[in-house]
Write a protein that binds this ligand. Structure first.
Ligand code: CA
Length: 465
């Protein structure tokens, strides 16, 4: 059998709540939805550390942060280590990465394993961005999401038709500060976007971590985020509502461009006769809070931030319009690519190929729980470092240290707090995660069981710290 091409489209901070095939109620994404309608949608795809650079390192290496070396945003990626693109390149794949790399630049951090790389420096710019084209700095005119697609199409067109390809098409959008393309500036101007149910969460039953975090829509967004000052006199809930509308509209406008450009790539594959033999994936490096719990941003192990959108189409092997609820992780992506390329999965990769799930044969050994860890302890969001375990029904989180500001100081409010602090959520009874039942005697057995499972997972995944 001929080896499939792999087109991996990943955006930055695109929450599944803003994708219509995930029953998102705030926008329409007809092109992204096409992948789900013609392939499989995963409801429970989770990231193992919900933050940009770390998730990217996990995706490439198939290893958790503590083993691939990128635990926080400030750790740079040592690209000398083995990863999926390098292995596919060695096996004859034509490999390219276009768009956001975000794993450092220069030294040992430039992309390896790619025949062609054209990456944004750091976060990159939305308008007229500079790219490093094989290391050479070049400025382009236009909007970043369109350009990443233009460059992807150009590269695809240049390929040898007799060899398979891996293209990692990595969009910058819809990352903060949410700057839309000119053509979508007025989109949603005449309507109100529905608010999430937990926009005014008071964190009543939660650990101190939720109270300490500085990512509240109504308090911590700035003028550059919402492109202006709120009207005078707005206070309290009305002020939060104003910020939410400004924030969410620009976020969704950025996604309108992503969706349009996903359509361009799908159309190209069809036109070029490549649709049948190409695995197409749409995902994002993590989830995002779209006003849930009053927040923007990610980092927490709560559902909106933990969940990655994951849609995959491969007409030869995947039944159209199917859905899956098994727990899959970003550590599974690399093993899946290797499996479909007919290559062995190296032992150091910690994920599993999802191929059996895609082909309707769930193996008995498939995981029933997942391990999460957020390491970051220095940034201006002050999210406490935590780890935890999620099963189909429950989530246990241990916050073990308060987050620090970038300058190393602790939030003043944390002085009177003690750590660790725990949270338990019964996702069946409380899908919005507003009721922490860690101290509820009825859940004592569940807590004990999950603590054992957490210990077991940490052993298995070699997180001994
Ligand atoms: Ca991100």
């Amino acid at each position: 059998m001929s080896r499939p091409n792999i087109l991996f489209i990943m955006s930055d901070d695109h929450a599944s709540q803003a994708i219509s095939c995930y029953s998102g109620r705030i926008n329409q994404t007809p092109n992204i939805d096409r992948i789900a309608h013609e392939g499989m949608l995963f409801y429970n795809c989770f990231c193992t550390n919900s933050i940009c650079a770390p998730s990217r390192a996990v995706i490439l290496t198939g290893k958790y942060s503590h083993l691939n070396g990128v635990k926080t945003l400030t750790d740079s990626f040592d690209a000398r280590q083995d990863h999926v693109a390098k292995i596919l390149q060695g096996a004859g794949y034509q490999t390219g990465i276009i768009g956001k790399w975000h794993l450092g630049h220069g030294g040992n951090s430039d992309p390896t394993g790619f025949d062609y790389w054209c990456i944004l420096p750091g976060q990159g710019d939305y308008y007229n961005p500079t790219f490093y084209v094989q290391g050479e700095e070049k400025q382009f005119t236009g909007y970043v999401t369109d350009l990443v697609t233009d460059l992807s199409l150009e590269w695809l067109d240049s390929l040898d038709k007799d060899r398979p390809f891996l293209l990692m098409c990595h969009h910058k959008a819809p990352h903060r500060p949410w700057q839309p393309a000119e053509k979508y500036q007025e989109l949603y101007e005449d309507r109100e976007i529905p608010e999430p149910e937990t926009l005014f969460d008071d964190y009543a039953t939660r650990s101190d971590a939720a109270k300490l975090a500085e990512m509240r829509v109504g308090e911590h967004l700035g003028v550059t985020d919402v492109k202006g000052e709120p009207p005078r006199g707005l206070v309290g809930r009305e002020l939060t509502r104003w910020y939410y509308q400004r924030y969410i509209k620009d976020y969704l406008r950025c996604i309108a461009s992503i969706d349009e450009n996903v359509g361009r790539l799908l159309d190209y594959l069809e036109g070029a006769g490549l649709a049948e033999n190409t695995i197409v994936i749409y995902t994002s490096d993590q989830g995002f809070f779209l006003g849930e719990h009053g927040w923007y941003d990610k980092r927490f192990m709560y559902e909106e931030s933990l969940r990655m959108p994951f849609l995959i189409r491969y007409p030869k092997r995947i039944k159209p319009g199917t859905v899956n609820e098994d727990i899959v992780l970003n550590t599974d992506f690399a093993p899946t690519f290797l499996d479909y390329a007919g290559l062995p999965v190296p032992e150091q990769m910690q994920g599993y190929s999802i191929r059996p799930l895609l082909e309707g044969k769930r193996p008995d050994f498939w995981r029933e729980s997942m391990y999460y860890r957020y390491w970051m302890d220095r940034d201006n969001h002050c999210v406490a470092a935590h780890y935890g375990v999620r099963t189909k029904r429950y989530k246990l989180i241990c916050y073990y240290a308060p987050g620090r500001y970038s300058n190393g100081t602790l939030p003043q409010a944390s002085e009177s707090m003690t750590w660790p602090q725990w949270e338990l959520f019964d996702l069946q009874e409380d899908p919005l995660e507003i009721n922490n039942v860690y101290r509820d005697p009825e859940y004592a057995a569940v807590v004990a069981e999950l603590k054992d499972e957490l210990k077991r997972l940490r052993q298995e995944l070699k997180d001994f710290d």
